[in-house]
Every structure is written in structure tokens, then in C-alpha cells.
Design a protein around this ligand. Structure first.
Ligand SMILES: [Zn+2]
Length: 123
């Protein structure tokens, strides 16, 4: 299933090491021990990116919910075979639409602004 979760920021250290950090947290480089704070990342800009990614994923989940909402009650009225049709449609939707969602999310992440965060304790 496609999970809706917050995005991690990718930090590239001066020594070339890379790591992931959630906004608001501090990242220490495992290779050289330098620490980086994410306080400089504009919260609004970051939140907008997260919202766009989540919207894309929610569209896919919403589509599957609609299929389930149509076929589940219909199965009670018209017979259980309709559940089978619903499950097949869900699978078709999942495998047909899923890759598009992944592509969209990748595109959004590719267009992410690059934020420069300062090394901590450098003043
Ligand atoms: Zn480092």
C-alpha cells in the first residue's frame, strides 16, 4: 500500500557523506562527526512540498476507495461475484496507476528546492 508519510531531508556533509534528517532535527555526520541543524529550512516551502506529495498519493488511495465503495455494497445486492470483479479492478488500478504515482512523486522530489543548512557550532 502507498503510505503517506513526511519527507526526510537529504543532508550532504562537507566530507561528502550523505544522510537523511527530518526537519527540525539535528544530523551528525557518521563519518566526521560534524552536526547540522535544519532550522534554516523554510518551513512553509517544505510544508508545500510535503502537501503536494501527499495529495498525489491520496489521489491514488481515493481512487481505490471509490472502487471498493462501489463494489463492496453491490456484492451484497447482486451477488458475491461482484467482489471478485472489484478485487480485479483494484489490482488493475493499483498496478496501472501505482507506477504513475511513483513517477509523479519522483518528479516533485526532483524539482525540490535546494536548501543550504549551516554546520552547527561554527560561529
Ligand atoms: Zn562529514
Amino acid at each position: 500500500m502507498i503510505a503517506v508519510k513526511p519527507l526526510a531531508l537529504v543532508v550532504t556533509c562537507g566530507c561528502g557523506e550523505r544522510g537523511r534528517v527530518m526537519p527540525g532535527e539535528t544530523w551528525s555526520c557518521p563519518a566526521c562527526g560534524r552536526t547540522y541543524g535544519t532550522g534554516d529550512v523554510p518551513e512553509e516551502e517544505y510544508a508545500a512540498v510535503v502537501r503536494e506529495v501527499n495529495r498525489t498519493k491520496l489521489r491514488a488511495i481515493g481512487g481505490m476507495a471509490v472502487i471498493a465503495a462501489i463494489f463492496f455494497p453491490l456484492g451484497f445486492i447482486l451477488g458475491g461475484e461482484l467482489w471478485l470483479t472489484g478485487i480485479v479492478l483494484l489490482a488493475v488500478f493499483y498496478f496501472g496507476y501505482g507506477p504513475k504515482v511513483k513517477r509523479d512523486v519522483r518528479r516533485i522530489i526532483r524539482t525540490l528546492p535546494h536548501w543550504t543548512i549551516r554546520e552547527m557550532g561554527d560561529d
